[in-house]
Design a protein around this ligand. Structure first.
Ligand SMILES: Cc1cc2nc3c(=O)[nH]c(=O)nc-3n(C[C@H](O)[C@H](O)[C@H](O)COP(=O)(O)OP(=O)(O)OC[C@H]3O[C@@H](n4cnc5c(N)ncnc54)[C@H](O)[C@@H]3O)c2cc1C
Length: 395
């Protein structure tokens, strides 16, 4: 029963740290459901809206970095009717007083969403003299810097990529397709080791080698040095590679430091949240690459979109648990298309069928039950049928 003349309760201001696909997805979802809710977004970067997956396929599509920004920060703030603070790293979260620390400034919040993504992890030091030639690309600002160096080279560049996971393989494919000379170095014996069992990884390696990518698999980097205009990489077998530019793609780690310092539960897999994306602190939530939802870290777009939809409903008064379907990861390697749904636990066996580059690998338990799959070449078209038979990631 409402009391006559009682002033309406003002909706608690919502503050979102991070303007990647996760942070903006929640902001958009909340705004669609509530036109009046005050929303503040805070970003360490430029706040431009862009689709991160497009970064690793832009060269072959002849897209300039400017074409990748769908909206600048002003456009984002207008479209969401929100406050947007850019180039403003949050330095601390105080859950007891419900305040953020932005350098010397304290900013109160009503409800808080942490969507700080994941940061590149680099297992070796780079000499300062190489800073303008060795890159990690994890956002549009990084990509702009890389493209300035690449385009400034004024012709086909020698690019060495360290790391053969999704990011390394996609950039290798994109750079090769746009006429650059690519070397790919990784300690694992085959590309995409976390997505593909070895026979399918070898098929991808063969497609790369046939296209002219210089593969150095099963090799670690021993040294990286500056020699005049050339970056010299020495591998653990003594091989020496000369490159104009180097891309380090050795993995991403959830940015959990803020949450950990605030006393929230974190692990290497991310900030621990439940199916409502709730942390252990009242009115503090997390989603996207930084979050580990009910024990699962899924650092790709479909899970964060589902999380953003569920969290927007929760934040606007309809508590909604998130669930993830059996959503395969599509790898953008046109030289040999790849789709994979990695099994959550190690399978009893991989059943592998097909020939040459057209392969199906089925991850099965001891009863022959499908746990996940990996597909290459023309077999990628079986992804929908197999996803229907596979267990959901978070049912
Ligand atoms: C090259 C590449 C290709 C990919 N391709 C695909 C693909 O094809 N399909 C797919 O599904 N997925 C793909 N992914 C993964 C997908 O892009 C990510 O899962 C997704 O973009 C993560 O979004 P996010 O919002 O969680 O994090 P991010 O986009 O990293 O955003 C994090 C935000 O937090 C901000 N931030 C961080 N720390 C602070 C702080 N202390 N204070 C304030 N702000 C802070 C950052 O500035 C940024 O705005 C790809 C990833 C990469 C790198």
């Amino acid at each position: 029963m409402s009391v006559a003349n009682e002033p309406p309760t003002a909706p608690a201001p919502l503050t979102i740290i991070g303007t990647g696909m996760a942070g903006l997805g929640v902001a958009r979802g909340v705004r669609n459901r509530d036109a009046a809710r005050p929303i503040t977004l805070i970003s360490a970067d430029s706040g431009d809206e862009y689709s991160k997956p497009l970064l690793s396929s832009a060269l072959a599509k002849r897209q300039a970095p400017e074409a990748l920004a769908m909206r600048d920060a002003v456009g984002v703030a207008e479209a969401l009717d929100a406050q947007l603070r850019i180039h403003t790293p949050v330095t601390a979260i105080d859950t007891a007083s419900r305040c953020l620390q932005l350098g010397a400034e304290r900013l109160p919040y009503g409800q808080l969403v942490i969507a700080t993504g994941a940061a590149p992890w680099q297992p070796f030091a780079v000499p300062p003299a190489l800073a303008s030639r060795v890159f990690q690309i994890n956002d549009l600002d990084d990509y702009r810097r890389f493209r300035t160096a690449l385009d400034g080279h004024g012709g086909p560049a020698r690019v060495a990529i360290v790391g053969a996971g999704l990011v390394g393989c996609e950039y290798a494919s994109d750079l090769q397709a746009s006429g650059h000379r690519v070397a790919l170095v990784a300690p694992e014996a085959t590309p995409l080791p976390r997505l593909l069992p070895p026979p399918l990884g070898r098929a991808l390696g063969t497609a790369f080698a046939e296209a002219g990518i210089d593969l150095h698999l099963g090799r670690r980097l021993d040294a990286i040095q500056d020699e005049a205009e050339t970056v010299v990489l020495t591998l653990d077998d003594g091989a020496v590679l000369a490159a104009d530019l180097v891309l380090v793609a050795t993995g991403l780690r959830p940015r959990t430091a803020l949450a950990a310092a605030a006393g929230l539960a974190v692990s290497e897999a991310g900030i621990q949240v439940d199916r409502y994306l709730a942390t252990g602190a009242a009115d503090v939530f997390a989603l996207g690459d930084v979050a580990c939802v009910d024990g699962l870290s899924a650092m790709y777009v479909q899970p964060l979109q589902a999380s953003a939809r569920a969290l927007a409903a929760t934040l606007t008064g309809t508590p909604t648990p998130v669930s993830y379907g059996a959503w395969p990861i599509m790898v953008k390697t046109p030289l040999l298309p790849v789709a994979a749904l990695p099994p959550r636990e190690a399978p009893a066996r991989w059943r592998i069928e097909g020939e040459a580059g057209d392969l199906v690998a089925l991850a099965e338990d001891t009863n022959g039950q499908l746990l996940g799959f990996a597909l290459t070449g023309r077999c990628v078209r079986r992804k929908v049928e197999l996803a229907r038979a596979a267990p959901p990631l978070l049912g």
